[in-house]
Design a protein around this ligand. Structure first.
Ligand code: ADP
Length: 324
């Protein structure tokens, strides 16, 4: 059985009047991978996703799926499917009819489309609610229906626009586990837009970090986190401190910093107990804000308070030089 399809963005650009929302991006999505497009609001994530889906025209460049340039095809003929942020379920149709809707549009007969809808509802564990209307469902259940509805067309690539943002924090964590499990089972590429770095780290095989209409860095989640290429990525992905050192701008992980007798001179600005660790905010004498995450046992051996002068040190091997 083949696993996933190739999807490639080639010199892809999107303009809205004089605004360049996506600027000449190139990317190959690994077949069958869970990819998160990550970046702050306005960086061009949704425009990229909507162009792949065919809901937005490409200004320049192309989108190649499974060897075919799909850039000018209508959404239903591309082999992609989109799950929207607000789920966009039809309020007057039952769960089963919502899922079967696109098959009805394609002229598939009723017994066949209901059978297929029921298979998808079983996949997302919603069989028992097939006859309900959308407003009789919880947020998590509506999301499962939206997923089943997107998957009923057997897409080569599933596109998800901030799929978890409408859920409360508890449900968000549960649903992201379900999304990941579903992607593994189906073996197709999921491209998931998010502005949450923890969501991207938890889900993604590959993270594509966007900033200001371009791809700033792309790679396996662990690589992007451990070796941010730019100051922007280091700050956005979190867990790092950007420090100006004589040898150049560098990052050091918050959990690699120790308070010791010698090292960079700093003053504590805040202390926050976080359970397993204690977060100590400091300001160095040269004006950088540096966060140290200490294991709680270490902190309480020699507790510190805001205003205390400290010295920050780390093993040189833990320092990561930024390229830009
Ligand atoms: P993101 O999804 O990362 O928040 P978007 O792709 O939605 O970013 O937007 C990228 C840029 O394009 C922003 O500056 C936004 O204001 C602009 N933009 C998005 N959609 C439109 C539109 N329909 N018309 C004009 N400008 C738009």
């Amino acid at each position: 059985m083949r696993s996933g399809y190739d999807l490639e963005l080639v010199h892809l650009t999107k303009r809205y009047g004089s605004t360049v929302a996506v600027r000449d991006i190139n990317h190959v999505f690994a077949p069958g991978s869970y990819v998160c497009l990550l970046g702050p609001s306005g960086c061009g994530k949704s425009s990229t996703l909507r162009m792949i889906a065919g809901h937005e025209e490409v200004s320049e460049g192309s989108i190649v799926l499974d060897g075919q340039d799909v850039s000018s095809l209508p959404p239903a003929q591309r082999g992609t499917a989109m799950m929207f942020q607000n789920y966009a379920l039809f309020p007057h149709l039952s769960v089963r009819d919502n899922v079967a809707f696109s098959l009805r549009m394609k002229g598939v007969d009723k017994p066949t489309r209901h059978k297929r809808a029921d298979e998808l509802l079983a996949l997302v564990d919603m069989t028992h609610l097939a006859d309900r209307l959308p407003d009789q469902l919880s947020g998590g259940q509506q999301q499962r229906v939206a997923l089943a509805r997107a998957l009923v067309t057997e897409p080569k690539v599933l596109l998800l626009d901030e799929p978890l943002s409408a859920l409360d924090p508890f449900l968000r964590v549960r649903m992201r586990t379900e999304l990941k499990k579903l992607q593994r089972e189906l073996g197709i590429t999921f491209i998931h837009v998010t502005h949450g770095q923890d969501e991207a780290l938890a889900l993604a095989d590959e993270i594509v970090v966007m900033n200001d209409a371009v791809i700033e860095q792309a790679g396996p989640a662990r690589e992007v986190w451990a070796a941010p290429r730019t100051e922007f990525v280091a700050r956005f992905i979190g867990g790092h401190n950007v420090i100006d050192l004589p040898e150049g701008k560098s990052t050091i992980r918050s959990d690699a910093i120790r308070l010791s007798d010698d090292g960079l001179a700093a003053t504590i600005t805040a202390v926050e107990y976080q359970g397993a660790s204690v977060a100590i905010s400091t300001r160095t004498d040269s004006g950088d804000d540096v966060l140290a995450l200490l294991p709680e046992e270490d902190f309480f051996k020699s507790p510190k308070s805001p205003g205390d002068a400290v010295r920050l040190s780390w093993d040189d091997g833990r320092l990561h030089r930024l390229e830009v």
